[in-house]
Ligand binder design. Sequence first.
Ligand code: GLN
Length: 531
Amino acid sequence: MSGKQPKYIFVTGGVLSGVGKGITAASIGNILKARGLSVNIQKCDPYLNVDAGTLNPGEHGECFVTVDGAETDLDLGHYERFMDIELKQSSAVISGSVMSEVIADERAGKYLGKTVQIIPHVTNVIIERIKKAAEGFDVHIVEIGGTVGDYEGLSFVEAIRELSVQVGRDNAAFVHVVYLPFLGASKELKTKPAQNAVRDLRGLGIVPDVLVARSEEDAESDVVEKLSLFSGVPKEAVITLPNAETIYEVPLTLQRRGIGQVLADRLNVASSTADLKDWEKIVQKAKDTNAPTVNVGVVAKYLNNEDTYMSVFEALMSAGWANDVQVNLEWIDAEEISQDTVAEKLKGVDGIVVPGGFGERGVEGMIIAATYAMREKIPYLGICLGLQVAVIAAARGAGVVAANSTEFDVGTKEPVISTMEDQKGKEATGGTMRLGDYETIIQKDTLAEKVYGANSVFERHRHRYECNNDYRDQYESWGIRIAGLSPDGNLVEMIDAPGHPFFLAAQSHPEFDSRPGKPWPFFNGFIASLK
Ligand code: GLN
């Protein structure tokens, strides 16, 4: 392939993980896009899972689904929202899939006679995947998960080092995100861990071009000078990044502190100055504490980690900003909801959301919450599992007391939700779900039609179970209605409840399509109904 030479920006992290490397990478993408450049972005994760679909969301956060059905790390969600792009499978590189490719090639005889090694065989696969994702773009950003020096991430670090040599100095820049701890006793930000982190990176043959120094409070100029002196990174390329009120502020801060110009100069890319006016409006709305509040109760099970429902959270917030309200989310543990506690637990919420989920835990509580929403005419938004529990709730409410999903009771007498034919027997394994974008044909005169203002929509899916078509003709007597169908009419994609002020549920995950400046109709309609 001829084509232009893309410029690479490699984002690594030091000191600790979880200090906002993903948001930093996404913000760099945001700024460079606002400078008129075409930008792609990719995440390299050092796990031996073959995709992120089999990771525990309670530990690792949400599994983000791309349009082409890849199950990926939640950082891809940040990338999509900050850069307003749709990423593909190629943007997610995880060690397990790299290793599988190398081993499959070895078995297929591709390396016949050679000793197969991490360097160069594994690193070459990584380099190829990075180069492929970069093709055709002005700039390609690659974030390396974890912290530099982690044993398991070394092949990625080596791969980007080699790639930077291949493409030459003008075409590759390294951004290292470090953390400055604050020492209460002497009331100062300490730079030593950051200095060591830069040394670790240098020890692996990489000299950072930009240092993003994260801290709780803003750093003074003497800290910048010290970091610059010890790291060899010019002062103007040491970008301090204190905690922000909202993550959406990060591109504005990084831009103000000059990262866009530093990178454009370093990579010698012709670009305009970044126009972040629309983004500023988003941040203004996000920080508008005078806006009235609506209370949304999210009834779910993985509540020990806020990242589990990251995209649902962001979609609800964005819909709030578009409606000039602040959304106050109350996380309600589904396992604590029973017939006796439901009224108490849901007291004061203006609307109820039941997001996606897997497994039996908490499901009875979700069904009770959906029943309550239906009966008390409280706005209800069901996402994937949230649709399935709504159907079960409606059926039970109408006297089909044994109604259940075969996911929670394999032998249920009333399988109102059950596996699709071609999924049977594959319930417990990875990579067997209905994944990625599918079209929904929105039915006439339904709440879905009102909310979407369209007769068709594409949304991402990630599920195994479906509405059982044997029960379709009972929906009306259960008080629900089909509001969306697959194009062949075979699969129920959305339901609503005639006569209810707002009861809408989708088999898809509409949250993945929402953007901070362009909230998705599904969420917009729900929040508007709460005002
Ligand atoms: N567990 C359900 C299924 O597999 C719902 C999945 C989800 O909410 N993403 O169909």
